[in-house]
Design a protein around this ligand. Structure first.
Ligand SMILES: *Cc1c(COP(=O)(O)O)cnc(C)c1O
Length: 431
């Protein structure tokens, strides 16, 4: 199986976090997002423990909210003692209302409006990750008006390509995020930030991309960032106290993806940091990482009910489900790969090849193509694995389809974390 929280029980039903998915589909209806709370906590601890072990004191993981943002995830992050990233008023508000200690929140984004900046400061956000000069100047003015000195780090683009999908590669010079080191603009921005009276500059940030399985891109990024930190020290007399190396460790969506031990990867990165700092003559700053998908993806599974099964003779087969791009747009966005199972027929033979199609009026509304699966019938339960990240958080109401609920599973018990949207919810804002 893909992950150790997936199995088959005596009835031949798929289980997730030890619970029968067919019974859960009956109890809550479909489509349904399931989340394995213990798996989320396990990943958070894996990161926290490894970072405490290998990195300087105060180094902590930040959970990248955009992967999955609900009140319950912030309560869990708070209990586990990890920090969070947020990129919008909505994510900040959700964290705030969950009771998350906002001084442990990093505010990201390449276009924070004046309204966003004020809202974040009023919400007590701990750190700004400043993306560009316009933002720096706006933040300095607004912080001044609000009578605070805002702790911040600068987002830089280290100019590396981690060999991942173009839309999830973010560290290259021409990326929309951050300020380029290569062009000299990063040093200029650092100099300007140091002159801002209402900004306390603590260090730098970079994020090279997502779905990375090697430690090498992080090591390359650290090397480039240390070299820059040394330059800032020598030319501007600035000692960076914090370096954020971003998120992006990969997860196993199919059996072709490796299973990776995040603690081990962090150890590999850490092993070379001291030498690199010595090489550049700087002291090792606090290291932050901000994993999203690797904390939450394999803690999620989506259940659907199969509708029509269409065989286009001599061409291809379609299995249609009662959800699709509205609850999981990742195939439509970047042809993301998944693994599917027919949850109530786990012991039957997989002798059918089909495309799994969503219900929207869009040919591109697919979960994936050419899955080898048990041939399903109308009414069967189809499960898509590894949907914890960028599914619920990217869901929409296209075609006025209500969004599914999120049910958390913990120690053999299930509880609702997000309710199913109703048709009345769909109309809530219509005048
Ligand atoms: C998306 C993103 C992350 C998280 O990426 P994952 O691949 O989900 O780990 C972290 N930091 C920043 C700045 C991001 O944009």
């Amino acid at each position: 199986m893909l992950c150790d929280n997936i199995s088959t029980n005596r009835e031949g039903h798929l289980t997730f976090a030890g619970m029968d998915t067919v019974s859960l589909a009956e109890k809550y209806g479909t489509p349904l997002y399931l989340m394995d709370e213990n798996k989320i906590r396990e990943h958070m601890r894996e990161y926290k423990t490894a970072m405490e072990k290998y990195f300087p004191e105060g180094s902590v993981p930040e959970f990248a909210s955009k992967a999955f943002s609900t009140k319950q995830i912030y309560r869990i992050a708070s209990e586990e003692g990890i920090d969070i990233d947020a990129v919008s008023q909505g994510e900040i508000y959700t964290a705030l209302k969950s009771g998350f200690p906002m001084e442990r929140c990093f505010f990201h984004g390449n276009n924070k409006t004046d309204g966003d900046i004020r809202f974040a400061i009023e919400s007590g956000v701990g750190y700004f990750v400043i993306d560009n000069e316009d933002e720096l100047l706006a933040l300095d003015i607004i912080s001044g008006e609000m009578g605070i000195k805002q702790k911040s780090i600068l987002r830089l683009s280290p100019g590396i390509d981690p060999h991942t999908h173009k839309k999830i590669s973010t560290g290259s010079v021409e990326s929309k995020f951050g300020v380029a080191i290569e062009t000299g603009q990063a040093l200029e921005l650092t100099e300007k930030a140091l002159k801002c009276e209402n900004i306390e500059l603590l260090g730098f940030h970079c994020h090279v991309g997502s779905q990375i399985f090697e430690s090498e891109p992080f090591i390359t990024a650290a090397d480039i960032m240390f070299s820059f930190i040394a330059e800032a020290k020598n030319k501007l007399n600035f000692n960076a106290k914090m370096l954020n190396l971003g998120g992006g460790f990969g997860v196993r969506y199919t059996e072709n993806d490796p299973l990776i031990d995040y603690g081990e990867k962090i150890g590999e990165v850490a092993a070379v940091l001291d030498d690199k700092c010595n090489k550049y003559g700087i002291s090792l700053p606090k290291i932050m990482l901000e994993p999203g998908r690797s904390v939450i993806a394999d803690a999620g599974m989506t259940l659907y009910t199969v509708g029509s099964v269409k065989e286009i003779k001599g061409y291809k087969n379609y299995v249609s489900i009662d959800g699709g791009m509205t609850d999981n747009p990742r195939y439509a966005l970047y042809e993301a790969e998944y693994t599917v199972e027919i949850a109530n027929k786990m012991n039957a033979e997989k002798n059918f090849v089909a495309t799994v199609a969503g219900r929207c009026c869009e040919s591109g509304d697919l979960i994936g193509e050419d899955f080898k699966m048990v041939k399903p019938q109308r009414g069967d339960i189809l499960a898509v694995m590894t949907t914890g990240a960028y599914n619920h958080s990217m869901a929409s109401n296209y075609n006025r389809v209500p969004r599914p609920p999120v049910v958390m599973l913990k120690n053999g018990k299930d509880y609702l974390a997000v309710k199913r949207e109703s048709l009345e919810d769909i109309l809530r804002l219509d005048v």
